[in-house]
Design a binder for this molecule. Sequence first.
Ligand SMILES: C=C(O[C@@H]1C=C(C(=O)O)C=C[C@H]1O)C(=O)O
Length: 107
Amino acid sequence: MSDTSDTSAIDPTVIAELTRLRESIDNIDAAVVHMLAERFKCTQQVGVLKAEHQLPPADPAREARQIARLRELAESAKLDPAFAEKLLNFIIAEVIRHHETIADGAR
Ligand SMILES: C=C(O[C@@H]1C=C(C(=O)O)C=C[C@H]1O)C(=O)O
């Protein structure tokens, strides 16, 4: 498979543009990781609260509201709403798994 690691035959202005874009991608990826870490800190606290008060790990009504909201945000940001929904569902599944683990530990 070909990649862009051998730059000898590529126009230097193209390399410079690729490097500039990749630096932005690196910054965005770092922001995504930090934002996800903050989100999981909050959801962990929700999991503890739920376990302490015998509330179920999942809240499908809240999930449905969030998915509808995220789909609207995605559309206005010109991001594929189906992708936004898939991503949120992936994250929520992990959160629910954490909440189940917290609840199991509290029993
Ligand atoms: C974080 C919560 O727990 C679960 C995870 C959610 C999420 O990650 O957004 C939403 C609803 C719940 O199924 C919550 O109830 O708010």
